[in-house]
Design a protein around this ligand. Structure first.
Ligand code: CAO
Length: 416
């Protein structure tokens, strides 16, 4: 036996790099090329393999140490060549004996019963990434040496959970205990194309974005009185302008005051993209499924123009005449169920946007105001936002701001 010193090798640009993981223990038997430690610089992380085979006598570095070429990683007790050859021969002989025993018994030993359970190896960065996506690293098959899990393995695992192929949602390996037809008559239909296309996007949003939804009741009594009193100056006819046009105007004002809501995350550069344009997405209910077209430069439109643009765009969607590009490049989305009914709900963010405003149907509510009980018109809203970019306090401030824009001073706030 001799003591072999394993040193940090020459790794080009790597200087004073941090040890982020020690992958072996003292007393452990290792083979040549087994990973010993992981080093991480600003640019990348690298695993340092062993140059020899043997038993680890002493590890000389810890997680957090900064190392350079030539620094001692560990002392390895390794056999000299003659010992190693003899040992190999002994092992080969043992294997041959075992094979013969198995042949005699005509038994096949299942691989799973012979392998020991092992802890899963992955760098802290990959573990963190898996945690953020809600995955357990122990369940992820590793494609690297000795089953080590890479970032790509995590992504593949997440994809496999909701296998998406060419816009088609495939079976998540989940089998119903009993077939539906065992309980009565059923009918099978294809999932409509729009739903097949939007499904993976919704799953991506729900699984990748930490959603928070804040609910708020906004007193829109004065705004509603104004809206229902609008008439055409020349013809004298009443004007029908949807409340959504007012809400859109208020939202633009809020986006200007809170730029974090008009943003996207650039995961490749770890940066926030702030948008200087104001293109609102609107969830449109169509016979083909949900579509979310954008109306561009809403900040430059009057309330009447927004209402008209909404009618025009939703008609194009329902007739499937809208250009594909119009589904991209938004600031924030409004999902209004106000024309249908219901109050609060949990809207799902439409990535790469970071927030969505859900609007319910307004209702009358008795409220105590200046010592009197009065009936007021209340608009229920539900704001979902990406908690990675927007804090709870900012979310609450955004809702309060919207309340003011649509409240009794709406005329000043919206500058109609
Ligand atoms: N409270 C009370 N009434 C409301 C309201 C609200 N918040 N919002 C709209 N209304 C009223 C409108 O004033 C209109 O009344 P009148 O018929 O008396 O004029 C009526 O409800 C119908 O409005 P609408 O829904 O046709 O029009 P809109 O401009 O409000 O909305 C659009 C347009 C495209 C958003 C809507 O048609 C739509 O498709 N909504 C569904 C969105 C959706 O599916 N979201 C869920 C996404 S998640 O699955």
């Amino acid at each position: 036996m001799k003591i072999q010193k394993i040193l940090v090798p020459d790794m080009g640009d790597f200087k004073d790099v941090e040890v982020i993981e020690v992958l072996v223990k003292e007393g452990q038997q290792i083979k040549k090329n087994d990973s010993l430690i992981t080093l991480e610089s600003d640019k990348s992380s690298v695993e340092v393999p062993s140059t020899h085979e043997g038993v680890i006598e002493k590890i000389n570095i810890k997680v957090g140490n900064k190392v350079n070429q030539g620094d001692l990683i560990l002392d390895l007790k390794s056999e000299n060549q003659k010992e190693a050859v003899n040992k190999d021969k002994k092992i080969e002989k043992k294997i041959e004996v075992k094979k013969q025993e198995i042949i005699k018994q005509k038994e096949i030993i299942p691989a799973a019963t012979t392998s020991k359970s092992r802890t899963k190896s992955a760098s802290p960065k990959v573990r963190k990434f898996a945690r953020e996506l809600g995955a357990n690293v122990l369940e992820i098959p590793g494609s690297q040496r000795a089953g080590r899990v890479s970032e790509e393995d995590v992504k593949n695992f997440i994809r496999s959970q909701v296998a998406v192929n060419g816009g088609k949602i495939e079976k998540k390996i989940h089998k119903e205990e009993y077939a539906h037809e065992e309980f009565g008559e059923i009918e099978l239909k294809d999932i409509p194309r729009v739903k097949r296309l939007s499904g993976p996007q919704l799953v991506r949003s729900w699984t990748e974005i930490p959603h928070v939804t804040q609910h708020e009741e906004i007193d829109i009594t004065e705004m509603e009185q104004f809206r229902s009193s609008l008439y055409d100056y020349y013809s004298g006819e009443m004007l029908k302008v949807t409340p959504l046009a007012f809400i859109s105007k208020a939202l633009i004002s809020a986006l200007k005051a809170f730029p974090n809501f008009n943003a996207s995350i650039d995961p490749n550069q770890n940066k926030i993209i702030y948008k200087k344009y104001f293109h609102l997405g609107f969830a449109v209910d169509t016979p083909h499924g949900l579509m979310v077209p954008k109306i561009r430069n809403v900040d430059q439109m009057s309330i009447k123009e927004i209402g008209e643009a909404l009618k025009k765009t939703s008609k194009l969607c329902r007739e499937l005449k809208i250009d594909k590009k119009e589904f991209f490049g938004g600031s924030m989305t409004i999902s209004s169920l106000g024309g249908i009914g219901g109050t609060f709900f949990t809207p799902i963010i439409n990535p790469p946007e970071v927030a969505i405003l859900g609007v319910g149907k307004s209702f009358d509510k008795l409220i105590r105001l200046k010592g009197k009980v009065v009936s007021r018109k209340i608009l229920p809203i539900s704001l979902s936002y990406d908690h990675r970019i927007i804090d709870g306090a900012e979310g609450a401030r955004f809702c309060v701001y919207l309340s003011k824009c649509l409240g009794k001073d709406f005329a000043f706030k919206l500058a109609v």
